[in-house]
Design a protein around this ligand. Sequence first.
Ligand code: SF4
Ligand code: SF4
Length: 410
Amino acid sequence: MDTRLADFIRDTPAGQEAERILRSCVHCGFCTATCPTYQLLGDELDGPRGRIYLIKQVLEGQPVTEKTRLHLDRCLTCRSCETTCPSGVQYAHLLDIGRQVVEEKLPRPAGDALTRFALREALPRPAVFGPAVKLARILRPLLPTALADKLPPAAAVNNKPWPTAAGRARRMLALAGCVQPELAPNINAATARVLDRLGIELFEERKAACCGALRFHLNDQAAAKDDMRRNIDAWWPHVEAGVEAIVVTASGCGVQVREYGHALAHDAAYAVKAARISALCRDPSEILVAERDRLLGLFPGGSRGKLAFHSPCTLQHGLKIRGAIEEFLWAAGYTLTPVADGHLCCGSAGTYAVLQPELSGRLRHNKLAALNAGAPQAIATANIGCLTHLQAGSLLPVRHWIELIDEVLT
Ligand code: SF4
Ligand code: SF4
């Protein structure tokens, strides 16, 4: 695509990256067919090709309008379009650049700005989010549905202990995260127990917290990079001490940590460290693939019933992990039911369910219909955001897949 970027951005690193990405798009439109928002709304501007065109206009210096922002806000950043694109267009990086420019050039109405400020400031801080969740559970009847939906009742929070063995030769770090320790603390503990069976010690460094994804996707990229630098500082002594990997049990956070090297590539003090952190980042399934034969040997056999697996967009389109978790669940004794349109987003997408509740609700409705079609007894997924979002609309239990593997092994 021919481009002529405006002076304000042309010679910046973001401008050069945007120009390269824009030029790689041949405008074929294959991506629109697999875009969830295009499928729902049928508007070219709510598909990737239309959004790329809108971003091009903004970067070429044309006025930023409410319409531009609306169509960019409606994007889920699910990256289904990247999986489909035959030209390898890095849509998500272009969207990040376009959204940041739009945010700077067009102030949001007060109510929208306040909601985004509250999400940016509360969610990534465990010291704020933890007490806020406890208070919200008490005030649940007064909360907007989109927020109340996200809150699992305290009784549903499963928190079994971590394994006690320490000092193993093989050690890996786990990202503690921001909302997951409060909403589903058993996920990291279950991962630690599974890895313990494989002779690997998993531990958390509590000075690290939010991966930065929340603020990054709320267009506060400066604060998100501060989150990344804080995590790098917290993890670096452990990296120097020889941890094998940084295990991220939420695929949404995994995509972000994998992007640290890219996000901080122009930060002289952090670029090298950030690239090293990204290279060490692993989804738990990647660790288990490397230990596949030993893991399969630990499964006791037997049948555990029907299960529907929802592969998060961040897992299949972001991390490009497809099929591995399903194989482990089959091997553990679950019968996986077929799920139509597995490439489509469930509508969670970070804070999207709060900011775009109508579209998010329609996507969840469609996703749950697809997941329930094979009459499973439970649903499994790989990302805390998808888990809480789907659980809020489902009578079936929705679990992180590693918890199911843990239960089979114990
Ligand atoms: S992003 Fe890819 S699939 Fe979509 S229009 Fe551009 S080249 Fe075609
Ligand atoms: S990231 Fe998802 S919602 Fe956004 S344009 Fe691509 S396919 Fe559509």
